[in-house]
Write a protein that binds this ligand. Structure first.
Ligand SMILES: *[C@@H]1O[C@H](CO)[C@@H](O)[C@H](O)[C@H]1NC(C)=O
Ligand SMILES: *[C@@H]1O[C@H](CO)[C@@H](O)[C@H](O)[C@H]1NC(C)=O
Ligand SMILES: *[C@@H]1O[C@H](CO)[C@@H](O)[C@H](O)[C@H]1NC(C)=O
Ligand SMILES: *[C@@H]1O[C@H](CO)[C@@H](O)[C@H](O)[C@H]1NC(C)=O
Ligand SMILES: *[C@@H]1O[C@H](CO)[C@@H](O)[C@H](O)[C@H]1NC(C)=O
Ligand SMILES: *[C@@H]1O[C@H](CO)[C@@H](O)[C@H](O)[C@H]1NC(C)=O
Ligand SMILES: *[C@@H]1O[C@H](CO)[C@@H](O)[C@H](O)[C@H]1NC(C)=O
Ligand SMILES: *[C@@H]1O[C@H](CO)[C@@H](O)[C@H](O)[C@H]1NC(C)=O
Ligand SMILES: *[C@@H]1O[C@H](CO)[C@@H](O)[C@H](O)[C@H]1NC(C)=O
Ligand SMILES: *[C@@H]1O[C@H](CO)[C@@H](O)[C@H](O)[C@H]1NC(C)=O
Length: 375
């Protein structure tokens, strides 16, 4: 079945069978030149965007959920990598395969599940494109994701010996439509986040339902879910000097921020603000957003030796609705590495209408990341 579909490709895209091309990804980098997608096509938003992946290129599919219950530190982050050694800062390049999965889970009290220290290694992988979505299976890992072309929902399934016998699933019900870094999910949009790096955001926000058995315990919660894909023809660190990224909720709003300095120090942003299923802003205009670190240890621009900030001050321009002003406070630092931080955070924000006074404050959870790759 899969082989047949691979042959017939897009011919199936709009039939009852509905699935489009099937990509078989090998565990070793190909020799030669990679073709890299930067302009959105009519389908395949979440399919492989580097063809094939050579020794300097990478492509990855990222999913996370952060609990929306007040004071909870429950979270799940998993990444399906097609990253030859040395192309992406994490996981470290000591693995001899491009195909691996990382999985980090925290319980409500903030303790990591044992799976967090494991890496899942795959013998090969399959990504099946279906309209704007995709399904993926990293063979031998026991983790995969599926996409429902009718509802736009994603599911991740777990049944993995490599991850200490974890079992269960996460359902991601979309809140807002798939988008590109600088605009809506329509053909012709740029997928370039910064020079030499692409990004798509199939799920800027989702109502995510987690139901897992991990470390012999049941972990169930509902949270703010998110899914993106990132890729490039050259190692990540050649495109990015530092980056602030995060997503979350503040009152009725869903937000995704990116404020990036390239390796040459040029600033790029990608801004998303949604309300329910409606996108209010999706823009790469520098005037649409600014993210700066806050607290005693705030250093901008950040370097790999800078101490990590205790939060961020973020402004997003909503146009006629005004300016969304957010103070994001780190609640639980999950990873604090030299060049990287990942944290659960709390957003406290207000909207100031044009010429008016700040409205009532709103709150909500966030999951955020900081890279600072230069000394
Ligand atoms: C790439 O070239 C090297 C050296 O010639 C060879 O060992 C390797 O098998 C080749 N890889 C592929 C995927 O063809
Ligand atoms: C991989 O392909 C890209 C073109 O997309 C090229 O710039 C790069 O040099 C290639 N890398 C290797 C190791 O051949
Ligand atoms: C990686 O190394 C292991 C152990 O030496 C070997 O079994 C596996 O085939 C290697 N994988 C690749 C992609 O070379
Ligand atoms: C945190 O919660 C997990 C899951 O219930 C439990 O196994 C662990 O012992 C707790 N850690 C602490 C420090 O209480
Ligand atoms: C979550 O982590 C924060 C910071 O460590 C802590 O204050 C809070 O009590 C934790 N929540 C729970 C439910 O344990
Ligand atoms: C992919 O891996 C699976 C499980 O290890 C194996 O059964 C299958 O033959 C592999 N397929 C290819 C194309 O290598
Ligand atoms: C995905 O994983 C689940 C749980 O292991 C399994 O039941 C299902 O068959 C897998 N799907 C694919 C396409 O491998
Ligand atoms: C961050 O600032 C606090 C308060 O000034 C200080 O105690 C702490 O040592 C600083 N952390 C680092 C890594 O410098
Ligand atoms: C964020 O913090 C700054 C500095 O303390 C303050 O001026 C601003 O009003 C705060 N914004 C919100 C939304 O609380
Ligand atoms: C936001 O911060 C202000 C100032 O600290 C506080 O008064 C307000 O209650 C906070 N709002 C929310 C929703 O957390």
């Amino acid at each position: 079945m899969l082989g047949l579909l691979a042959f017939t490709g897009l011919a199936f895209a709009n039939s009852d069978c509905s699935t489009g091309p099937v990509y078989n990804l090998p565990p070793v980098a190909s020799n030669g030149t990679s073709q890299v997608d930067y302009i959105a096509a009519a389908t395949g938003l979440n399919g492989p965007h580097v063809h094939p992946v050579n020794a300097s290129a990478y492509d990855l599919w990222y999913f996370d959920v952060v609990d929306t219950a007040p004071n909870s530190n429950a979270s799940v982050v998993l990444v399906f990598f097609d990253t030859p050694p040395g192309t992406f800062p994490f996981p470290p390049g000591s693995w001899n395969t491009s195909l691996l999965v990382t999985l980090a889970i925290t319980f409500p009290n903030g303790t990591f599940a044992s799976t967090t220290t494991e890496v899942g290694l795959a013998t090969n992988a399959t990504v099946v494109v279906d309209g704007e979505g995709s399904s993926g299976n990293w063979e031998g890992v026991g983790l995969n994701w599926t996409y429902d072309v009718v509802t736009g929902a994603y599911d991740v399934f777990f049944d993995s010996a490599q991850f200490d016998g974890i079992k269960g699933s996460i359902h991601f019900q979309p809140r807002g439509a798939a988008r590109y870094p600088c605009g809506p999910g329509v053909p012709g949009q740029t997928m370039r986040l910064v020079p030499n790096a692409g990004y798509v955001n199939p799920l800027p926000d989702a109502v995510a339902t987690v139901d897992l058995i991990v470390d012999g315990e049941r972990l169930t919660f509902t949270g703010a879910g998110y899914h993106d894909q990132g890729w490039g023809p050259q190692p990540f660190s050649s495109a990015v000097g530092s980056w602030y990224w995060g997503h979350g909720r503040v009152g009725p709003y869903s937000v995704v921020w990116f404020d990036i300095l390239t390796a040459d120090g040029v600033e790029y942003v990608s801004t998303y603000v949604g309300k329910g299923d409606t996108a209010l802003v999706t823009s790469c205009d520098l005037a649409s957003q600014q993210v700066r670190p806050t607290g005693n240890n705030a250093t901008f621009p950040p370097t790999s030796s800078s101490p990590k900030p205790s939060g961020y001050h973020i402004t997003m321009d909503l146009g006629a609705e005004g300016v969304l002003d957010m103070n994001v406070s780190v609640v639980n630092q999950m990873f604090d590495l030299t060049e990287y931080m990942r944290a659960i955070a709390y957003i406290n924000g207000t909207i100031t209408p044009p010429g008016g006074k700040p409205g009532p404050s709103m709150g909500g959870p966030a999951l955020l990341e900081q890279f600072a790759l230069q000394a």
